[in-house]
Write a protein that binds this ligand. Structure first.
Ligand SMILES: [Zn+2]
Length: 224
């Protein structure tokens, strides 16, 4: 009897705890305003299956975004082009897939902004990027798998500029000792919780000057 009561007590307190920690609760709907938790990446993965569910999540989470019309042909057709309104990027804020939009937003709120503030006491002014959409196969080869860039399901990020004038470059600051290097390493690691793939200069020479982030449906879990 006592064992049964203790068991019921554990279940009830577990339920109470889960109710106040939706980011760890597999049954709670994804809300991007919640912190990143144990179940965030599996819920992010599910967004890939249905663009309407993904748009509903953006709406529910009060993310400011616009939908653009379909573009492209064949393997580079992009039926889903979504642009974040509150993601300051240069030369522009690119239209990307809905799931990449959701991941970029989570990364901005949970990783980029807090790190800029804690390490530099400043805010992100611009995320510098090298492009999202490019109709090509992996590494520009003439055969083989299409790149996630072919559907704008990827973004290449080369650096960050902060409101206090600090500039952080993946190419120049990846190796070192100071705050810029710590920022880049933690930005990369934080990305691993929300993107399906994150490739940094640690991965190979082709990524010596940028981070590649994508929402590949294979969810390779590659984070290097
Ligand atoms: Zn890339």
């Amino acid at each position: 009897m006592i064992v049964l009561l203790i068991g019921i007590g554990i279940v009830l307190s577990g339920r109470t705890w889960l109710a106040s920690h939706p980011e760890h609760n597999p049954w709670a709907p994804l809300d991007l305003r919640d912190p990143v938790g144990w179940t965030t990446s599996s819920k992010m993965r599910a967004l890939r299956e249905n663009v309407q569910i993904c748009r509903d999540v953006l709406e529910r989470s009060e993310v400011d975004f616009v939908l653009l019309g379909p573009a492209g042909e064949g393997p580079c057709r992009r039926p889903d082009r979504t642009r974040l309104q509150d993601f300051p990027a240069t030369p522009d804020t690119p239209a990307v897939t809905c799931e990449l939009t959701a991941a970029l937003h989570l990364w901005q709120v949970n990783t980029l902004n807090p790190l800029a503030s804690s390490i530099f006491g400043s805010e992100i002014e611009r995320v510098e990027h090298l492009g999202a959409y490019s109709c090509r196969r992996l590494y520009g080869r003439s055969s083989g798998r299409w790149s996630e860039h072919a559907t704008a399901n990827a973004l290449d990020i080369s650096g960050f500029s902060l409101e206090n004038g600090t500039r952080i470059s993946v190419e120049d600051d990846w190796s070192g000792e100071g705050g810029k290097t710590r920022f880049l390493r933690e930005v990369r690691n934080g990305g691993c919780d929300v993107f399906s793939t994150v490739l940094s200069p640690d991965y190979n020479a082709a990524h010596s000057d940028h981070f590649h982030v994508d929402m590949s449906s294979r969810w390779t879990g590659v984070c290097r």
